[in-house]
Design a protein around this ligand. Sequence first.
Ligand code: NDP
Length: 342
Amino acid sequence: NKYVTIKTHVDGAPQDSDFELKTAALRLWAEPGSNDVIVKNLYVSIDPYQLNRMKSYSSSHRTINFAVPISPGMDIDAYGVGRVVASGHPEFEEDDLVVGLISWGEYSVVKGGNMLRKLDPMGFPLSNHVGILGFSGLTAHGGFFQVCKPKKGEKVFVSAASGSVGNLVGQYAKLFGCYVVGCAGSKQKVNLLKEKLGFDDAFNYKEETDLKSTLKRYFPDGIDIYFDNVGAEMLEAAVANMNIFGRVAVCGVISQYTDSGKRAAPDMLDIVYKRITMQGFLAADLMNGYTDFISTTQDYLNDGKIQVIEDISQGVESIPSAFVGLFRGDNVGKKIVKIADE
Ligand code: NDP
């Protein structure tokens, strides 16, 4: 079994050289009654939050409490789709397609079948179940509808808008009837947002020097909802441009993952006087909206109303560069690595 691990803890922007590809013998059978499931990995998700698990925490007071820290040499669990090759678990059989927490390698040993469920692809490509019909989709849909509580016609700003979560937030918001502006890190991404994904407008934040006045230009009547994927200066500028009773969904703060000294400092007086709600959330909190998310999204896909933007690299060897690329903006849409043919 070939798998990817970190050589040392990763603080700052990750480099390819922080990772190594290891090979280890793997048992392709499961002890009956063990509840273990051995999975051949097909598609694995590449997610920014993994970086926060790779940091050294010896001198830090903070760990992320929903996933164990990743130590050098250890398997890196990740969301993905695979096929069962052996099962000691009554709910899974050889050949079952499964989705859930597998790992960055060719095979996964899923102890106790934890965080795994059988997958019915429902006619959609398997990669869709990693992104739009998986955790990214749930994050975007639940984050927008449950956390932002939109009203039709409201003005929505989305950062990292060409990324996995961001592009879907923008598309859901447009389909719901909001006015949507996104920002992204290249001209090509800006064109994608405006020409293919139906955003009302978009801009390249890397070309802007004063984000507060940039947002004032795109939102002369103010922002009602900000879906924050990046944090720091963009969050400060968005809060400065928010309307009364505005909502900020803090989904992620990727600019701070590579620079732990970076902090957002929105003007708190704005928060008070404009009665702004800022709410952090985790996709795992949004499961009560899962049925609505999945049925709405499938309908949109079947009707061709929502676009699937996936960025797929090939082979377990490509995992390190796929991951490193997230923090340079290399990806367009959901970053996935295809490990093996179905
Ligand atoms: P993306 O597909 O959006 O990939 C990351 C993108 O972020 C890059 O393509 C890049 O696009 C942008 N980016 C990278 N570095 C910076 C930076 N320093 N400043 C601004 N933008 C940057 O990833 P995801 O959609 O998977 O994740 C987006 C955010 O949502 C992340 O913060 C992530 O942690 C969070 N998240 C939160 C979840 C939750 O449960 N709360 C679940 C899933 C994701 P560009 O070219 O535009 O710079």
